[in-house]
Design a protein around this ligand. Structure first.
Ligand code: ADP
Length: 543
């Protein structure tokens, strides 16, 4: 073997902001601030302030490898922390403020965070758990002197004052690219949240891999409204990929309602936006009511849970915006698969394309997936066989933080995703369920997701969850728990017969219960565990 003679440079997150600052100095980052006004500056400004943040790390006594937490909305200061903290060698722990209080304290303690940077919004939340955070030495409030609140938190600093006092000169250090750069905890729908630790290398490769045309197809022509939170899986990597590609970045702050998002989309001429279906539901609701349109938007990326067909149709038909359905998870950084239509499918008519668009998509280079049966036999790509979905690749986790056993991957590196899926002959993967949500009826599996998608396709249904309920004859049968639109008087029978138009008779749920709202977890997803608990005493009418 002879060695290649190319240069070896460790893949460092700081190189992204250095690049953007040098080559896209005038490209803007626009944020709706927590204080209210719209803030705008450029990658040049951001680069300078990220270096100041790195110097602030020294002021605060934060060393390489130390963990630093954030509790913050999407905004320019949070973005600066992404680079300033990780770039200095410390590890950024983006805490999801929607976690229950006990979980919030758990993740901050488990990660060993020494300093917490927080938005004004979260001061009361932190005050209420501060007593349970023995390792936290300092709190930095992400605001200026004028807006500093009265607080019972000890050792509080003002972010803008720290930055003002910090030198803007800083030489980004170069170190092992496998060093940890950030930590995100899974939302822990079962048991305690688990820490996924990303490295500089995995983060950089993920940003490259998700940028390509078969990925998010990012370019300097894009103005991205980043709705997916910076506190959830590194904002799907876009906080890294956007500066890398010279994209304008628009950060919505705490205002996630349809009107506020639309205002930014319009004023900042956003071409691309990313969010989970619940957020899009609010936006499309606003568009319907207000009669507003999306003249600049070209594509929206929807992931985190399955995209309802009605949502795809609404974006593509009513607003001429392409929907890119994506699948991933905290453990996969998150990009796993992305739905882009192959040329031979583009020739099909829209109705024939729809079943393909509903699938979660194809792998992009850098991550591989497969499905296996109960005996771990690899299943064929025929669109019919379904089994446990596994993933491996440059940005897939090999274990959880502080977990001694770290046995989440098999000897070949395949990570168990907890999802059940099919893969068709063109490589399109479709999630049919989570392993724990699938309904096992008389030896057959019924997909809860498929039934939910059909139910929300009914114009009178706002949201629906389908859960397995015990049944004396069939083991389990599906129960629909649904939220009606205001003023609708849809009843059980009409919803069941509507579902019956799209599935085999044995898959039609046994009952429907209408509720005012469904429980959601910290990442906005349906919390089926809670729902199953709520319906613990439920019995089907036919039993
Ligand atoms: P958590 O695992 O903590 O709930 P994640 O955001 O990591 O939070 O969730 C990952 C899971 O979300 C996946 O394993 C999958 O079940 C679900 N998911 C993500 N994207 C999609 C999608 N497009 N369609 C269906 N399910 C999805």
């Amino acid at each position: 073997m002879i060695h290649g003679l190319m240069q070896q440079q460790p893949l460092m997150i700081s190189s992204i902001i250095e690049f953007a600052e040098r080559w896209f100095p005038k490209v803007e980052v626009v944020s709706r601030s927590v204080e209210g006004p719209i803030h705008r500056y450029t990658y040049k400004d951001m680069g300078r302030r990220a270096r100041q943040v790195a110097n602030v790390m020294q002021t605060l006594g934060i060393n390489a490898g130390d963990r630093v937490a954030t509790l913050a909305w999407n905004g320019y200061r949070h973005l600066e922390l992404y680079y300033g903290v990780s770039g200095s060698g410390a590890v950024l722990h983006t805490v999801n403020p929607r976690l229950f209080k006990e979980q919030l304290a758990y993740v901050i303690n488990h990660a060993g965070d020494r300093v917490v940077f927080l938005d004004l919004t979260f001061v009361p939340l932190l005050e209420s758990v501060a007593d349970e955070l023995p390792n936290v030495e300092k709190y930095v409030i992400l605001t200026d002197r004028e807006h500093m609140p009265e607080t019972s938190l000890a050792n509080v600093h003002c972010y803008e004052e720290l930055l003002e006092a910090a030198d803007s000169h800083y030489q980004w250090p170069t170190f092992d690219e496998n060093a940890a750069s950030s930590i995100c905890y899974t939302s822990g729908t079962t048991g305690n949240p688990k820490g996924v630790v990303y490295s500089h290398r995995s983060t950089l490769i993920h940003a490259l891999g998700s940028s390509i045309p078969n990925g998010l197809s990012l370019s300097g022509n894009d103005s991205i409204l980043l709705v997916v939170p910076q506190f959830h899986v590194n904002s799907w990597g876009v906080s890294y990929a956007a500066p890398m590609n010279g994209c304008k970045l628009v950060l919505p702050g705490p205002a996630m309602d349809g009107a506020s998002l639309h205002e930014l989309m319009d004023s900042e001429r956003c071409t691309l936006s990313l969010a989970v279906p619940t957020v899009w539901m609010m936006l499309t609701g606003f568009l319907r009511e207000s009669g507003e349109t999306l003249p600049h938007m070209k594509r929206v990326v929807i992931g985190g849970s399955a995209v309802p067909e009605a949502m795809i149709r609404s974006f593509e038909t009513d607003y001429d915006v392409e929907v890119i359905h994506a699948w991933g998870m905290t453990e996969t950084s998150p990009l796993g698969t992305l739905n882009f239509l192959m040329p031979h499918l583009r020739d099909l008519d829209y109705e024939e394309q729809m079943p393909i668009k509903l699938k979660q998509g194809k792998s992009v280079f850098g991550i591989d997936i497969r499905i296996v049966d109960d005996e771990n036999n690899v299943l064929p790509h025929d669109g019919v066989a379904f089994g446990r979905l596994q993933a491996r690749g440059h940005w897939v986790t090999s274990g959880y933080y502080g977990d001694e056993n770290n046995d989440v991957v098999d000897s070949d590196g395949w990570f168990e995703t907890g999802d059940v899926a099919t893969i068709d002959e063109d490589g399109y993967m479709m999630i049919t369920d989570r392993t724990k949500d699938v309904i096992k009826s008389g030896g057959e599996w019924i997909s809860s997701i498929a039934l939910e998608n059909i139910a929300v396709g009914h114009p009178d249904i706002t949201e629906a969850a389908v859960i397995a309920m015990p049944h004396p004859k069939w083991d389990e049968r599906p129960l629909v728990v649904a939220v009606k639109n205001h003023n609708s008087n849809i009843d059980r029978e009409s919803l069941l017969s509507y579902i019956g138009e799209s599935v085999a008779k044995w898959q039609v749920p046994n009952d429907v219960v209408f509720v005012d709202e469904l429980p959601h977890g910290a990442t906005g997803k349906l919390n089926k565990l809670k729902l199953r608990e709520d319906f613990n005493d439920y019995c089907f009418p036919d039993t």
